[in-house]
Design a protein around this ligand. Sequence first.
Ligand SMILES: [Zn+2]
Length: 302
Amino acid sequence: MADNQDHNVVDSQKPKTFPLSLALVFIMGLCIINLRDTQPIIPIFGFHGITNHKNSNLPSQQEDMDYPQQDLEKLLNYLIVHDYWFLSTQDLYDFYLTKSKEIPATHRYKKPIMLTFDDGYKTISTNLLPLLSKLEKKYKQKVKVVLFINPGTLASDKSVASTHLGCRELREGLQKEFFDIQSHGLNHKNLTEISRPQLVNELLRARIELRKCTQDLDPDQRVASHLAYPYGAYNKQVESYVFKYYLSSYLYNNEILDSSCLTNYYKIPRLMVNRHNSNKELIKMAENFKLNQKTSKPKIKC
Ligand SMILES: [Zn+2]
């Protein structure tokens, strides 16, 4: 009897503690699954040109904004191996901002990131495109990059000396499915410092010119559907006109996107990158934020 009573005591204690720990494990598991499932913190890096100092002299002042190809290669290798998803502007818009499309099962547990390159420098064709092809051969995977282009500065197809890309090079990267080509205004004007007709011209002509260059390769008109404000400069008037012609717009403000709380699609934050940011620093930024460490720098944009 005594034994039975002891058993009863032990048994009656078990249900109190065991389900509690089980419940805790279950809740923690749910949190982890939920965190991996949503990944709301999305680093969007803002690059410019890509330098290759094996082939050129010491960096000039202009190249301060550019990023070394060797460092970029290390960064991209890391991101591919660690299962990052290189978003296009339309992917971000559909899957994370409007949430109008469901993330495909194949991508649900990948880590979203976006790599953007502003101003359409020639080095995107000479130093970035070959690197993307090399990585495709190595990993059988395409790295998608977003180019914010000013069609007013596009080189003519005959120009050899131009510092900027031409339409032919944009088409080549689009055809190979590496480039997501978007607008950066027609002539890289500060949109807050021009008249309304000029503002409309900068926004509308940029879209027309870019689509003219790519139309037969872009039946769904994905090209020039999104914009990055030149110099990151915007105000209420600029925003209201951008709203008429584009689906979303990107800043250049060194903040990081929390897609769970960003409601204004015309203020998408980007992290500024220059040659002083080591690839390790960029990896750290991307990795820290996937764990939703809201106290870390840079600031999370909501
Ligand atoms: Zn720019």
